[in-house]
Every structure is written in structure tokens, then in C-alpha cells.
Design a binder for this molecule. Structure first.
Ligand code: ZN
Length: 296
């Protein structure tokens, strides 16, 4: 007679155990959903971010606007540190440093092998109005606004009569955020000498991680600050870290930039990627230049 209530209690305990376990599983499943429902896009997976390119202006007399998908070769080389290699440089610093001696070798190589160093603006003109690029055209850009650009690159660019584009994070100007950075007076001097000054945002953030409001601010404020300092229009942008997606591109176009540059390891360019212009990273090695120019 006493066995019946014991069995009954055991059944009740087992049932409540199953119920509690099911509830816990539901919570875990829910957490997993939250955790995995919004993966962060990887910049390396972005293939064709410009889905809706802005309308191109009418062609000027004598030019014909290229088809949006028409691919041309136009190597754009990108530099960061331009100074002596620090003795204890780690691998990261090493690959982002080109010594002035080697930079001069790069410039000599372009000159002696018939390459014409032009501004990225020439590519934009080709995209927008069909103005053709010179034979064997290449472009040079610098990111981050290091003082070394003014001290070491600028004199060599003048010596070889070459123009380049410098992308400046406006919040770093005159600071020592990453070593010594250029001042506005130095940036203006380079601009007055024909160098192009572009935006690299204000604080060098990953633009993909910003709210719409902060994104707009980084793009619009940096543009306005540069224009106020150099007295010229600033309408090119280089994405900090190369990071961008369709939302960032739309914000860049809306902020009034005519084109933007990223980092892709190819020399092919096309009008539909005017907000994703490809650049090569130049390092302290001739092959980082020479290898990219084979068959060009
Ligand atoms: Zn940068």
C-alpha cells in the first residue's frame, strides 16, 4: 500500500525535471540565436559593394563615358611609414615601413621604365567623363598623415616631379597619436605644391562599426575641416583599414565624396567600383612594386 505514493512522487519529480530541462534549453537556444543572428561582415568578403552607383555626368566633347563594368588596369600604390626602419621593428611595423632610400628606388623605377605617375583624380576623370589615362599610368597614395610624409616623401616627390595623394585622419593632425604626425601648415604646404589632400575620417575608426549618425559625422566633419585648412575641395576618401560595405559607400557618396579608396590586391579598376578603388600596399622591397607591374 505505501509503494503507490512513493512511485507517484518519483513520477512527479521526473516530470518536473524534464520540464525544467526543457525550459533551460529554450533559454540557451534563444541566446544562441541572439549571438549568431547578426554576424559581423568581413571586409575580405566584400566583392562588389557598389550596387547602385550614382549617375554619371554627361560626357564632355570628345570623350565617351566608359561602361560601368569596363575594366582597366591602373595600379595604385599605398604607403604608410616613410622613414628609417626602426631597429626593433616587429613584423607589423616592418611591412608598413618603406625607407626613403627605397622609396627613391621606387620613383626611379617608375621613371626609368616609362611609367607615368599621375593623380588618382585622373582615374576619376576617366570614370566620370571618359578622359583617357596616359600610357602606363600609376598612382601613389599615403595614409595616416605621418610627419615622415612631409619630411621624407615630399622632398623626393618634388625631386622627381611627381604628385601624390595624402589621406589625413583630421583628429590626428599635430598630435603624436602614432609617432609624430604632420601639422596643418605642413599639409597646406604640400597642397599648395599640387599634392592632393583626401580624408581618412577624423579618428580612423572602422567605419562599418559606426552608427549612421557617427558615420555621417566622421565623413562630413573631416571633409569640412580639410577644406577649411587647405582652401580647396576635399572629395576623395580612403577607408581606415580599408573597411567598408554598401552602407558606408552610400554615406560616403551622400557626404559629397566623388570616389573612395580601399585595399585590394589587384590593379584592375572599373567605374562601378569608384567607391572601392583598389590599392596595393607598398613595402620596403622592390618586388612590392615591380611584381605588380609585370605585363603592364
Ligand atoms: Zn590608415
Amino acid at each position: 500500500m505505501k509503494k503507490i505514493p512513493v512511485i507517484f512522487v518519483l513520477i512527479l519529480l521526473a516530470a518536473s525535471g524534464v520540464f525544467l530541462y526543457a525550459q533551460r534549453c529554450k533559454v540557451w537556444a534563444c541566446n544562441d540565436e541572439i549571438k549568431y543572428s547578426a554576424p559581423t561582415p568581413s571586409p575580405s568578403k566584400i566583392k562588389s559593394p557598389l550596387q547602385n552607383p550614382p549617375a554619371l555626368p554627361e560626357s564632355e566633347a570628345g570623350y565617351s563615358i566608359p561602361d560601368l563594368n569596363k575594366t582597366i588596369k591602373f595600379p595604385v600604390f599605398n604607403y604608410h611609414h616613410l622613414g628609417p626602419m626602426p631597429e626593433n621593428a616587429d613584423i607589423n611595423r616592418r611591412v608598413f615601413t618603406v625607407t626613403p632610400e627605397l622609396f627613391e628606388e621606387h620613383l626611379k623605377y617608375f621613371r626609368d621604365n616609362g611609367y607615368q605617375v599621375v593623380l588618382v583624380d585622373e582615374l576619376i576623370k576617366y570614370f566620370k567623363i571618359g578622359k583617357s589615362l596616359p600610357e602606363k599610368a600609376v598612382a601613389i597614395t599615403f595614409d595616416d598623415g605621418y610627419l615622415e610624409h612631409y619630411q621624407n616623401a615630399f622632398p623626393l616627390l618634388k625631386k622627381y616631379n611627381v604628385k601624390a595623394t595624402f589621406f589625413i585622419p583630421t583628429g590626428w593632425v599635430g598630435t603624436s597619436t602614432r609617432g609624430d604626425m604632420m601639422s596643418w601648415a605642413q599639409i597646406k604646404e604640400m597642397s599648395d605644391a599640387g599634392m592632393i589632400i583626401g580624408s581618412h575620417a577624423m579618428t580612423h575608426p572602422n567605419l562599418m562599426n559606426l552608427s549612421d549618425e557617427d558615420l555621417k559625422k566622421e565623413l562630413e566633419e573631416s571633409k569640412k575641416i580639410i577644406e577649411g585648412r587647405i582652401g580647396k575641395v576635399c572629395d576623395l576618401l580612403a577607408y581606415p583599414g580599408g573597411n567598408h560595405d554598401a552602407r558606408v559607400i552610400e554615406a560616403v557618396a551622400n557626404a559629397g565624396y566623388k570616389g573612395a579608396l580601399s585595399v585590394y590586391k589587384i590593379i584592375q579598376q572599373a567605374p562601378r567600383y569608384i567607391y572601392s578603388i583598389r590599392r596595393f600596399h607598398a613595402d620596403d622591397n622592390m618586388s612590392s612594386i615591380v611584381d605588380k607591374l609585370v605585363d603592364y
